[in-house]
Design a protein around this ligand. Structure first.
Ligand code: SF4
Ligand code: SF4
Length: 437
């Protein structure tokens, strides 16, 4: 018997207690300082709870279980729903300070019916028998004006014809004007970005040429919620606006959004994507962002009414009372996610869409595939990335983002490490020790 290779063990932030988590066996416990010392000194006994829970194990048996769970993971993923992004244009009416699409070429045209039909024919053929939905992405997909609305209507009609739900990722500026159209279709959700309350949001996300956008976005969110459309409010966070999340949380609470059944939130970390950020000093690392959030939540626990940070698998454990299944791969690109743009190109996901040199094929005017490149994407997981094969965090981390890894190392099959242990220290403290809610 030996300690499992999958134990994640550390001291809980601001506490004398420790945690031990094992994603392979699905167990998690809080340990006293004395129990933790036994783990550290490897003095734990072969019998009893530690063996039952798989913290202490027989190596060969653990390898068998690892293989079995891997097969289960692949099976489940093969049955999973696919998210298909469609970019009708890269044009946008905002000039966000951190926009990663600044360098993209824009033809200022709208896609033809022929191209839209080809997209739907392609996904019907390629993903036949799979559950799927469309997410319309940009640029800004909900631009003002009849020319753009006609295309959105066409995309929605074709999705309806195919029996598919549609989601949108929008800056929200014209959402109020699109609600009457959207509410007549099956809309999965509309993701809207607000980066804070009015002053800070407008500083970061003004109209092209200048001009406030906050009030009009808030109006769009109100109208969408009234119409029963799910809003997924996204806050893109860096050093400039993280502290302002407290005010945004209060604003959303006062608006009644946080009590609305169709309202949810997500935090996006501002990080270097395809084009250089104007001010790299503003960017937070993943752990810096979560550490700052943790500190803020201690002082302003009402933030949790607005957004409950994941802190790796901590929130899941807190809300479900059990651990998620082992994550052998955290990157959905080419497995359960693909992206298509108006030039007829196909990409792995939203991180690569529009980067011509990273295209994986075309769906218009003819269908083509870069099979070797697609295989590299498909094969990437914690069993194929060398660094991950011996990492105790692998079943919580899943190898991270392939695009970030590729940008850093030049190889798709390389790691994008997540600070899982540190995130659990913060998350278990927040949800289980301090019981903040
Ligand atoms: S490459 Fe990154 S952004 Fe793209 S699907 Fe994978 S994890 Fe997501
Ligand atoms: S990406 Fe890094 S942290 Fe994640 S499993 Fe691989 S080696 Fe471990």
């Amino acid at each position: 018997m030996t300690l499992s290779k999958h134990n994640i063990f550390s001291r809980i932030a601001d506490s004398d207690e420790y945690f031990i988590v094992n994603l392979l066996t699905g167990n998690a416990d809080i340990l006293s300082a004395e129990q933790a010392q036994e783990v550290i000194d490897q003095r734990i006994s072969n019998t009893g709870e530690f063996t039952e829970k798989g913290y202490l194990c027989d190596e060969a048996e653990e390898t068998r279980l690892f293989r079995k769970r891997y097969a289960d993971f692949i099976d489940a993923r093969d049955k999973d729903e696919i998210q298909l992004f469609f970019v009708p244009w890269y044009s946008c009416n905002f000039s966000c300070t951190y926009c990663y699409q600044e360098g993209y070429s824009n033809l200022h045209t709208t896609p033809s019916n022929e191209l839209i039909n080809s997209f739907y024919a392609y996904i019907d053929r390629e993903f036949a028998g799979r559950k799927k939905y469309i997410t319309v992405f940009g640029g800004e997909p909900l631009l003002p004006g009849e020319m753009y609305k006609t295309v959105v209507r066409r995309l929605l009609d074709k999705a309806k014809e195919a029996g598919l739900e549609t989601a949108f990722v929008t800056n929200g500026y014209s959402l109020h004007d699109y609600v009457d159209l959207l509410k007549t279709y099956k809309i999965r959700e509309v993701q809207v970005t607000l980066d804070g309350t009015e002053q800070i949001h407008d500083l970061r996300r003004p109209l092209k040429g200048g001009g406030s956008t906050f009030q009009q976005i808030a109006l769009g969110i109100d109208r969408a919620l009234e119409a029963g459309i799910t809003i997924n409010l996204r806050v893109v966070v860096d050093r400039q606006n993280l502290a302002g999340i407290t005010d945004l949380a209060r604003f959303a609470i006062e608006k009644g959004w946080t009590k609305h059944q169709k309202f949810k939130t997500q935090l996006g970390r501002n990080y270097e994507l395809h084009y250089c950020q104007t001010d790299q000093g503003k960017l937070l690392t993943r752990i810096e962002m979560y550490q700052e959030l943790y500190n803020l939540i201690q002082r302003h626990p009402e933030i949790l009414q607005f957004h409950k940070p994941a802190f790796s698998i901590s929130k899941f454990l807190f809300e479900n009372g059990s651990l998620p299944s082992p994550l052998y791969d955290s990157c959905p690109g080419t497995k359960t996610e693909w992206a298509f743009d108006y030039t007829g190109s196909i990409y792995s996901c939203t991180a690569t869409v529009g980067k011509k040199e990273e295209a994986l094929g075309t769906y218009y005017p003819t269908a083509t595939k870069k099979s070797e490149l697609i295989e590299q994407w498909e094969e990437r997981d914690v069993t194929s990335i060398k660094e991950c094969t011996s990492c105790n965090l692998r079943l919580a981390c899943g190898g991270g983002c392939a695009s970030v890894a590729y940008n850093r190392t030049g190889a798709i099959n390389s790691p994008d490490c997540r600070p899982v242990k540190e995130l659990l220290e913060l998350g278990i403290s927040t949800y289980f020790v301090k019981e903040l809610e």
